[in-house]
Design a protein around this ligand. Sequence first.
Ligand code: PMP
Length: 358
Amino acid sequence: MERVYNFASGPACMPLPVLEKAASELVCYGSSGMSVMEMTHRSKDFMDIIQEAEKLLRELMNIPANYKVLFLQGGANLQFAMVPLNLFKNKKADYVITGQWAQRAMAEAKKFGTVNVVASSEDKVFNYIPDLDKIAFSKDADYFHITLNNTIFGTRYTKLPEPEVPLVTDWSSGILSEVIDVSKFGLIYAGAQKNIGPAGVTVVIIRDDLIGRAMDITPTMLNYKTHADDGSLYNTPPTYSVYMSMLVFEWLKGLGGVPAIQKINEEKAALVYDCLDNSKLYKGTVVPKDRSLMNITFVTGDEGIDKKFIKEAKSAGLVNLAGYRTVGGMRASIYNPMPMEGVQALVAFMKKFEYENK
Ligand code: PMP
């Protein structure tokens, strides 16, 4: 059977060379005589894998030495709670609300303290990134939280806020897609299942001074210090997902790293946005200046035609193009592993569909 082009928002497509390499090592990894899945996490072979994964991620993102890299579990959803539990002192934080994930993050923080909503784009169904007025920033906040790329609504920040307190971001759907300056952040977290690898790993990049100050009620497993002190090996990590992440990092490094993939991502996104902008059938849902490079959302304005589009695309080998379940319309998630050919095939299909449905 032929592989399809998978535009899912996550878990999402993986680089084919990574899958092939994993397949070739599935039964016997190196000279271990066993699969990575069968290895104890305390073995030298696995220690080498997790350390190599960290080394590669540090290199790819240019992570400064005063930051720890943690491979955790529980997804970004658990980070929504871990962030306040670990960073609250004054028990107050600033949140910018740019979609459902930001709302969920805020809801968890509210369980442990006070949240100040700096700005929200809910008035226009989150189709833009709000301007941020420094007057609305709290001086005594423990941190300032943003969702850098909004998977569901298809927006992304192109300019970072500059709060005086640590900037914390959920970068689940954008990590490694473009160059950022890690030193501008106190903490970055991301579920792996979009740009990093299979589900199961959550990457946390945290500045040293934010570790070791968790609230007393924090369970051991939810304390960043627990994992930082033990090299992410306090308990059994998702070993196979860490290994797959390492292979994805190697693949990305081989392509030329983040600057190289950013260029490709910009080209891929431009192909789809150009198609939307030149179409009489499709409408991009996001204001152009805030468009995501990773998640492209669009509608035809007619739900019946949207459904037809999704169904016919599937028959053409272009799958998972339906928008988020509460939003509808279409969404093409084009993460790092989505090849240019996949995007070209999508655009060709969009043009053909438009011609046939004029
Ligand atoms: N934040 C963002 C920006 C996401 O895209 C997602 C998943 N789609 C989540 C959080 C939730 O992640 P998880 O399922 O890993 O908890």
